[in-house]
Write a protein that binds this ligand. Structure first.
Ligand code: GDP
Length: 195
């Protein structure tokens, strides 16, 4: 689907470290523990690509993966660690702002939302930042295997309601389970159509 192998390119800690903006890229953001590593691994079909559960307070990197020759997948550090030091959070937010506002080839941000919790205050910050940066974002519900059909319908409504307030939001929500494989093909297909 991505015409070529999926490989790790590099971890970036400053704008100067970004690879040349020579191809389409998509980024993944989400609260820590939302299931971002699991989803990226499911999406790329690799088991050990994205390291699960980054340690809070550690230097946070923007991880670049090549999806074949034509696309980058960008794994943004998880946010919302209760115990993350203020200085680290500030540094990370500054880099994130610069990245989102300045990356010409960034086509879409996928914001991961735990299907059990819906959009929380901690998510609103990045949604506002994406609005201000004019980066189209799409919500991806994770761990949907943990909820039933009624809860699924309710959380989709909650998320759609929250998205309606954001001009940069793409209206459709992707529903996934890395555990069961649900929604993974859909997400791959969405990424493959972005030029
Ligand atoms: P990250 O911190 O966002 O990278 O989250 P991880 O991918 O490390 O996942 C956090 C926890 O949620 C781990 O215990 C995973 O096994 C679990 N998890 C992730 N995705 C799923 C899923 O689709 N279904 C279920 N049931 N658990 C999941």
């Amino acid at each position: 689907l991505f015409a070529g192998p999926v490989t790790f390119v590099k971890g970036v800690v400053a704008m100067s470290g970004l690879p040349p903006a020579d191809r389409t890229e998509v980024c993944f953001a989400g609260r820590s523990n939302v299931g971002k590593s699991s989803l990226i691994n499911a999406l790329t079909g690799r088991k050990t690509l994205a390291r699960a559960s980054n340690t809070p307070g550690r230097t946070q990197e923007i991880n670049y993966f090549a999806l074949g020759e034509a696309r980058y997948l960008v794994d943004l550090p998880g946010y919302g660690y209760a115990e993350a030091p203020v200085a680290i959070v500030a540094k990370w937010q500054a880099l994130l702002k610069q990245y989102l506002a300045g990356r010409q080839t960034l086509r879409r941000a996928f914001v991961l939302i735990d299907a059990r919790h819906g959009v929380k205050d901690v998510d609103e910050e990045i949604l506002k930042l994406l609005d201000r940066s004019a980066v189209t974002f799409q919500a991806v519900l994770t761990k949907v295997d943990k909820i039933n059909k009624v809860e699924r319908a309710a959380v989709i409504e909650q998320v759609k309601g929250a998205l309606a307030k954001h001009p940069a939001a793409y209206p459709e929500v992707v529903v996934t389970s890395s555990e069961k494989g649900e929604g993974i093909e859909t997400l791959r297909a969405i990424i493959a159509t972005l030029e």
